[in-house]
Structure formats: structure tokens, C-alpha cells
Ligand binder design. Structure first.
Ligand SMILES: C[S@@+](CC[C@H](N)C(=O)[O-])C[C@H]1O[C@@H](n2cnc3c(N)ncnc32)[C@H](O)[C@@H]1O
Length: 442
């Protein structure tokens, strides 16, 4: 009977009898357009969202197997300040089909996977809004990324506030005036009927669900380590967007632009909040918070905006903005400060591939650590243990105390930073054996 089965076209069969992937079935066989070169070589320490560290840089070279002349495909892209990057979470380790996940901001509570930005989702597809620093031939240089080195990238699309931000919904005056019940609701009218308090997810504790998994996917419950997912929105921060969309000067990893100088631009503005640990307190009781917040981010610059005067705001649940911990203070031991100076002046090694100075490297480390990159599991059960991450050529050893993170050692990353490394977080014994920093490392 019609309607008794799920709608959708059937797979097409080839002459040999095989079922071929076909667009109509939605079984898309993807071919990465390139593999990201990122300053983060492992998941550990990689920001949970692009807004956390605007200095996190990457380069994507379009493969010649996709386009003979990759530079043709990038023509015109340099006119945009931000791009969406669609990619595969290739380091997930296993396919996941958990309907509920535990985002760090819910501090152990569960919510539906589709209400989060968890990497562990049925199709393992990520979406990041990155700053486009420059286009050079067949390569794009990005910053503010939250992807590890080697990430297969499926697509690049320009960020267009008019299309991508609900605040920029275009409502022709005539249409707006004549709206009645016969019209499909526009995004604006739909949003205006949303009750902020009614949109939050209803986190539940430890509810098992029957799983419907395609193929032979694991039904293993996520460990907390596996639910090391961030859930904050990936639109630019308040202020950052207004300052940068479409207007900001461009910078690039290897050539200093005006904004590379401290105190001279939007990059600095966002870093000062990230880097000092003086950002707004994120609240203590995110778990179970059911409310929603109206996003009051400024819209695009007036020259670009065609928003209706009473344009709608987007709405997110409160927990997205309220982390379970306050922003951490970040300290460096004198030893670590010395290490950093040595690293940047050691003639035997290339100093940095992505950072332009030791100061930039330091600020990136502060940004990463002040956002507390630990999983819920580590935060709750492994406090004060050693934590490692690699950014650019720096391998960082630190530990977490009450309200702070302290960098203990900074060494040159063993081997090339771009070699896909095993995740130190997943390596046996990687946490060290003590409950605090190793005595010899201070
Ligand atoms: C929470 S996800 C968000 C990614 C993207 N902004 C999104 O919303 O889809 C970011 C985290 O994914 C992890 N990650 C980054 N690249 C990955 C990859 N290629 N494979 C698996 N995990 C990755 C890192 O631990 C990072 O902190």
C-alpha cells in the first residue's frame, strides 16, 4: 500500500546485478576534493568549534584528480571572507549510530545527536565555517578551523550571510504584507512563532534506545571519550562577525597581513577574549538546562544586509552557550616559556609552519586550553592528570587544576607535524600515572 513503506527511489541495478550507488538513492559515493593540511595533528586539543581559536590555520589543495586545473574551481572564491567546509570525520575510529550523545556542554547529560555538533553521527559529515585567508592557485588558506590534519574535505561553499543567517532573511515588502494562511510560512514567519522557551532539547540521563543501524554498525554505547563532541554554534562570535564578514583585511599563514599584528584588528579582538581567559563566565549548571536563548548577534554589515527591519533572530537552547565550566585561566611555567623560546629560535628545526611567531603559537595554545579541550570523562574522572596535544610544530604537555590549565613543557613535535599521528588521547598510558603534573616537568 502506498505510504506503508518509506518514500524514496529504489537503488538502480547494474547489468551485473550489483546495486549501484546512485544520486537518486542518496547513496553518494564521495571523492574528497582534497585533504586538509591542518596545524592540529590529532583530535586531542583540536578546538571543538572554529570560533575557539581564530589562529588555527590550515591549507586545502584541490586535487588534480578532481579538476585538471584546480585553480579554475576556485575562481571568484577570494571575494568571500568565510567559507563552509564539508568534511568527513575520518578519525572517528568507527561508524556511530547512537541516537543520543553526551556533548561536553551538557556535562554528561544526553541529547539527540541531531541537536548537537557531535562528530559521531550516522554519516560522519562535519561542517565548519572557516575564515578564508587567501586563495593561491589551486589552494585555499584557512583559519579558525576545528579539523585535524588529513581530514578529507568533500566540498567548499561560500558563506553568504544573506542566505546562511536567519537574520538576513530577505522578505520582499509586498510578500510580507500579503502573507496569509495560504502561503507557505517563510523562515521569518516561522521563526517569529517560535517560543524560545519551548525549543530546548530535553536531555535525559542514561536512556538506552533501540538502534536502527544500516549495515553492521556497532551498537556499543558511546564511552564518554567517544562523546568528546562540541556543540556550540559555528557562526562567528558576536562582534567577530560584524567585524569580519566581507570587510576584514585578509591575512595568510605565510605572509603577514595587517591583522597579524597584535592589537590591530578583529583577529586581535577575538583573541583578547579567547586568550586571556577573561571571557564571559559560561555558567555552572548547563546540564539539564532547558531554556533557549535568542541569538542577538549583530547582522552583516549594512552594505551587505538586505534584512527586513524586524528580521528574526535565530534561537538556540541555553546549554549551547553555557558550558559546564568557566573559561579556564591558562598559565605557562617558566620552563614552558623557555621551551617556547627555544622552539622558535632553534636553528635545527623549522620554527613553525602555521604560526608566524612564538607569540602567535602561545596565543593559540591559550585559546585552545582556556576553552577546556578535555572530554567530560576526563574533566570529571581524570582531573589534574597530564594532557597532551600538538599544534603546529609544538607538542604541548599540560595539566588541569581547579579553574586553570598549566602548560608544563613544549617540545618540538616528533616527526613532521603533518604525519597523521595516533591520537595521544587514545594511546594507552597517555595520561601518565600521577594525579598531578610530573614532578620533573615543572
Ligand atoms: C565537535 S566537532 C565539530 C566540527 C564541525 N564544526 C561541525 O560542527 O560539524 C570538532 C571536533 O571534531 C574532532 N575532529 C576534527 N577533525 C576530525 C576528523 N577528521 N575526524 C574525527 N574527528 C575530528 C576534533 O576533536 C574537534 O574538536
Amino acid at each position: 500500500m502506498r505510504g506503508s513503506v518509506e518514500a524514496g527511489p529504489r537503488a538502480t541495478a547494474a547489468q551485473c546485478g550489483c546495486v549501484q550507488p546512485a544520486l537518486e538513492t542518496g547513496n553518494l559515493l564521495t571523492e574528497p576534493i582534497g585533504y586538509l593540511e591542518s596545524c592540529f595533528s590529532a583530535k586531542n586539543g583540536t578546538p571543538r568549534q572554529p570560533s575557539i581559536c581564530s589562529l588555527s590555520r590550515a591549507c586545502l589543495r584541490i586535487r588534480k584528480s578532481i579538476f585538471n586545473n584546480p585553480e579554475h574551481s576556485l575562481m571568484g572564491l577570494e571575494q568571500f571572507s568565510h567559507v563552509w567546509i564539508l568534511f568527513v570525520f575520518h578519525k572517528n575510529g568507527h561508524l556511530s549510530c547512537k541516537a543520543k550523545v553526551q556533548p561536553p556542554r551538557l556535562n554528561g547529560a544526553k541529547t539527540g545527536v541531531f541537536s548537537t555538533r557531535s562528530p559521531h553521527r550516522p554519516n560522519a559529515i562535519g561542517l565548519t565555517l572557516a575564515k578564508l585567508d587567501r586563495v593561491e592557485g589551486g589552494a585555499v588558506y584557512l583559519s579558525g578551523v576545528d579539523m585535524v590534519h588529513g581530514t578529507p574535505v568533500l566540498d567548499i561553499k561560500p558563506y553568504i550571510a544573506d542566505y546562511d543567517s536567519p537574520q538576513s532573511v530577505m522578505v520582499p515588502p509586498a510578500d510580507a504584507d500579503s502573507q496569509d494562511d495560504k502561503h507557505e510560512p517563510t523562515l521569518e514567519s516561522a521563526d517569529q512563532h517560535q517560543c524560545p522557551g519551548s525549543l530546548g532539547p530535553q536531555p535525559e540521563l542514561a536512556t538506552k534506545e533501540g538502534l536502527k543501524c544500516p549495515g553492521n554498525r556497532t551498537s556499543e554505547e558511546y564511552t564518554s571519550e567517544h562523546v568528546d563532541a562540541a556543540t556550540s554554534g559555528n557562526v562567528p562570535k558576536p562582534g567577530e562577525r560584524a567585524a569580519t564578514v566581507g570587510l576584514g583585511p585578509k591575512s595568510c599563514p605565510r605572509s603577514r597581513g595587517p591583522e597579524a599584528h597584535p592589537g590591530s584588528g578583529p583577529l586581535e579582538a577575538s583573541l583578547s577574549e579567547e586568550g586571556t581567559g577573561k571571557g564571559p563566565s559560561r555558567g555552572q549548571e548547563a546540564a539539564g538546562s532547558l531554556g533557549s536563548q535568542v541569538d542577538s548577534q549583530p547582522g552583516p554589515p549594512p552594505s551587505l544586509s538586505r534584512a527586513a527591519p524586524e528580521a528574526p533572530h535565530s534561537v538556540v537552547p541555553t546549554w549551547v552557550r553555557e558550558a559546564p565550566v568557566t573559561t579556564l585561566e591558562v598559565r605557562f611555567t617558566p620552563h614552558a616559556e623557555l621551551d617556547l623560546r627555544h622552539l622558535s629560535s632553534d636553528a635545527g628545526h623549522p620554527a613553525f609552519q602555521y604560526f608566524q611567531s612564538a607569540e602567535e603559537a602561545r596565543r593559540a595554545m591559550v585559546a585552545v586550553l582556556s576553552a577546556d579541550p578535555r572530554s567530560v570523562y576526563r574533566r570529571k574522572l581524570c582531573q589534574d592528570r597530564l594532557f597532551y596535544f600538538t599544534v603546529d610544530t609544538a607538542h604541548v604537555t599540560c595539566w588541569f587544576g581547579d579553574g586553570f590549565a598549566e602548560v608544563l613543557r613544549i617540545r618540538h613535535a616528533a616527526g613532521p607535524v603533518h604525519k597523521p599521528d595516533p591520537d595521544p588521547a587514545e594511546a594507552p598510558g597517555s595520561l601518565g600515572s600521577s594525579g598531578g603534573p610530573a614532578a620533573g616537568s615543572r
